[in-house]
Design a protein around this ligand. Structure first.
Ligand SMILES: NC(=O)c1ccc[n+]([C@@H]2O[C@H](COP(=O)([O-])OP(=O)(O)OC[C@H]3O[C@@H](n4cnc5c(N)ncnc54)[C@H](O)[C@@H]3O)[C@@H](O)[C@H]2O)c1
Ligand SMILES: [Zn+2]
Length: 343
C-alpha cells in the first residue's frame, strides 16, 4: 500500500504548495468557528464547502457532488488535480472516495480537524459512502498522498472531545507495545496534549498493522478491532459514542484476557487504569439497562468481524503489544457479557 506522507506542524500548510489544480473540500463549520481558517481557505484556487456528518456520505447525494467537483476541477489534467480534504472523518471518507473515482483517481491530501480523523480515519486508505442509512457500504482503498497534522486546527476542538479519541489512541498503544506505548503508561500528560505528543507514533503503529493486511484479506488487520466486539453492540443498542463504547469493550476484553490468554494481574491493572484515567469511563454498565440476550446475540451477529453465523474473531491481549486473535462462539461472548452485567 502506498504510504502517505505525514506532516506535523503548528499551522495550516501553504495552499500554493498544492498547485493550481487544488480543490479544498472542507467542513463549512471550520470557517465559522475559526477566522484564520476562513482566510486560509480563500487562498485556494477552488473551494467546496460541505456539511459534515453521515448525510454527506449518502450515495444518493453523490452524483450532485460529483457534478460540482468535476466542474471545479475542470481545466486541469488528472495529474494536476488534487482534493485537499479538511475536516473530520465524514469529510475524509467522502472526499477520499471522490478523489479515488474522479477521472479514475486524482491527488488526495487529508487535513484532519477532529482527533478521530487525526488518529484513525485519515490513515489506512479506507474511503466510504453510506447506502440507505447503512454505513460504509460503498468504498475504495485510496491512501492520501499526504496527511497534514495541524496543531492549531486540532486544538480548536472543544477539550471535552479528547477523552473520546483517547480510547482508539490507547487501543493502538496496547496492541503495538512500542517504546512510545510504554511512555504513555507512565506519562503525566492528559487529553489533547497526550495525543498530540504521541500522534505520529500512534499513526505509524496503526500503519504497521495496515501494511501487513492492506485490504483486510489476511485477518491481521482484525487486531485493530480490539475492544470493538462488545463496543459495536453498545454503540448500536445504547447509542454510546464510538469512543466510549470501545473503551468499555477494551475493559471487557482485558478482563476476559486474564482467563483466555493469561494476561497477568499486574498488566491487567495497569492497562485498566490507563483506560479509565484517560477515557473517563467507569467499567461496566453502571446505570445502563441490561441488554436482552437475544438482542445482544443478534447485534453480535451483525458485527463485521463475525465468522459464519456462530462465531466471532475476538481480540484478546496477552501483554503489552501482544494481541491474540481467537475464534469464540457467540454464546461464549454473551456468557461473559452477562457476567459483567451487560446482559
Ligand atoms: N475511513 C476510516 O478508516 C474511518 C475510521 C473511523 C471512522 N470513520 C468515519 O469517520 C466519521 C466520524 O468521524 P468524525 O467524528 O471526525 O466525523 P465528522 O466529520 O462528522 O465530525 C464530527 C463533528 O465535528 C465537527 N468538527 C470537525 N472539526 C471540528 C473542529 N476542529 N472543532 C469543532 N468541531 C469540529 C463536525 O462539523 C461534525 O459536527 C464516520 O463517518 C465514520 O464512519 C472512518
Ligand atoms: Zn473504532
Amino acid at each position: 500500500m502506498k504510504r502517505s506522507r505525514l506532516i506535523q506542524t503548528e499551522g495550516l500548510p501553504d495552499p500554493e504548495a498544492f498547485g493550481p489544480g487544488a480543490v479544498l473540500v472542507y467542513d463549512r463549520r471550520l470557517t465559522r468557528g475559526l477566522r484564520r481558517f476562513a482566510a486560509w481557505s480563500r487562498r485556494f484556487p477552488a473551494r467546496y464547502p460541505v456539511q459534515a456528518g453521515e448525510a454527506l456520505k449518502a450515495v444518493d447525494a453523490f452524483p450532485e457532488h460529483a457534478r460540482k467537483l468535476v466542474k471545479l476541477a475542470g481545466g486541469f489534467s488528472r495529474r494536476e488535480s488534487v482534493l485537499v480534504c479538511a475536516g473530520g472523518g465524514s469529510v475524509g471518507d467522502f472526499g477520499g472516495f471522490a478523489a479515488s473515482v474522479l477521472r479514475r483517481g486524482i491527488g488526495l491530501v487529508h487535513i484532519p480537524s477532529t482527533w478521530l480523523a487525526a488518529i484513525d480515519s485519515a490513515h489506512g486508505g479506507k474511503t466510504a459512502l453510506n447506502v440507505a442509512g447503512a454505513k460504509n457500504q460503498i468504498g475504495t482503498f485510496y491512501p492520501a498522498d499526504a496527511v497534514h497534522l495541524v496543531k492549531n486546527l486540532l486544538f480548536s476542538q472543544p477539550p471535552a472531545r479528547a477523552p473520546e479519541a483517547l480510547s482508539e489512541f490507547i487501543k493502538v498503544a496496547l496492541i503495538d507495545g512500542g517504546p512510545w506505548a510504554k511512555r504513555i503508561l507512565t506519562s503525566s500528560l492528559r487529553g489533547a496534549d497526550l495525543v498530540w505528543t504521541h500522534l505520529k507514533s500512534a499513526i505509524r503503529a496503526k500503519m504497521r498493522v495496515v501494511e501487513v493486511d492492506p485490504e483486510e484479506t489476511g485477518g491481521h488487520r482484525q487486531i485493530l478491532n480490539f475492544g470493538h466486539t462488545l463496543g459495536h453492540v453498545l454503540e448500536a443498542h445504547h447509542g454510546l459514542p464510538h469512543g466510549s463504547a470501545v473503551a468499555q469493550g477494551q475493559l471487557f476484553a482485558l478482563d476476559w484476557s486474564r482467563i483466555k490468554v493469561g494476561l497477568t494481574d499486574d498488566d491487567h491493572a495497569a492497562f485498566r487504569d490507563l483506560l479509565i484515567r484517560h477515557t473517563g469511563q467507569k467499567p461496566g454498565p453502571g446505570a445502563l439497562p441490561r441488554i436482552p440476550r437475544r438482542t445482544f446475540l443478534t447485534l453480535l451477529g451483525r458485527d463485521k468481524k463475525s465468522v459464519a453465523l456462530t462465531g466471532v474473531t475476538f481480540v484478546f491481549l496477552k501483554g503489552l503489544g501482544r494481541p491474540v486473535r481467537r475464534r469464540v462462539i457467540h454464546e461464549e461472548v454473551a456468557e461473559q457479557a452477562a457476567a459483567h452485567g451487560w446482559i
